[in-house]
Design a protein around this ligand. Structure first.
Ligand code: SAH
Length: 211
């Protein structure tokens, strides 16, 4: 299978909905086939989520593009991803930001993503094991935070980890369907925009869902 060709076809198919050229160009550089289970490699460029280990998913490419675009990255930002999963979204962010911290609660996924990202040469990504508190206070504040799992509400702790002017891109809703929100932190208050419906696996932990 010609993965490069399949990747270009996928990017053409999602490009009508994505205005940010940098996002599309990052997606044309990251080999999604490396982030999916070997038996699903032939589906790596279908525009849909795929199952990965530990009953988790690698997000649909269009959703990855939409969320990445919503982060509004110029190239030098320190960003945080919550829910490393396969590491694919982290690789896309690493193409577009200065440094990416990505936290994952399942040690087996964190370890595998860390190994693969290093093998692919991403030296501006650090995968951390999730602690008690959501996100990663240790390296805060972040210019942008992407949450790759669905939350019941916007977690206060993540707003606290944002820099002023920073963006939090997060699916919020029930355990089964959510709305993608972008919350921009302002001096006096936050602005929330709705970016459309989506379906993510649940965000687990304090300030989120029970396992
Ligand atoms: N971004 C991933 C998709 C992740 S699926 C990719 O590109 O492949 C969501 C992930 O969030 C799962 O791996 C799940 O284990 C993780 N997760 C759920 N709750 C979490 C939490 N509180 N902190 C960190 N990771 C979490």
């Amino acid at each position: 299978m010609d993965f490069g060709r399949a990747r270009q076809i996928l990017i053409e198919s999602i490009s009508p909905g994505i205005k940010d050229k940098r996002t599309l160009s990052a997606m044309s550089r990251v080999p999604r086939e490396r982030f999916v289970p070997i038996e699903l490699q032939s589906s790596a460029y279908d525009d849909r989520p795929l199952g990965i280990a530990f009953s988790q998913t690698i997000s649909q490419p269009y959703m990855v593009a939409l969320m990445t675009e919503a982060m509004e990255l110029a190239g030098r930002e320190k960003v945080l991803e919550i829910g490393t999963g396969s590491g694919y979204q982290a690789a896309i962010l690493a193409e577009l930001a200065g440094f990416v911290y990505s936290v994952e609660r399942i040690p087996g996924l964190a370890g595998e993503a860390r190994r693969l990202l290093a093998e692919l040469g991403y030296n501006n990504v650090q995968v951390e094991l999730a602690g008690d508190q959501l996100g990663c206070q240790k390296y805060a504040p972040y210019e942008a935070i992407l949450v790759a799992a669905g939350a019941p509400a916007v977690p206060r702790t993540l707003i606290d980890q944002l820099a002023e002017g920073g963006r939090l891109v997060i699916p919020v809703g029930s355990r089964f369907e959510q709305e993608l929100l972008r919350v921009t932190k302002g001096k006096t208050g936050n602005r929330t925009e709705k970016l459309g419906g989506c379906r993510f696996v649940p965000l687990i932990g304090r300030d989120a869902w029970q396992e």
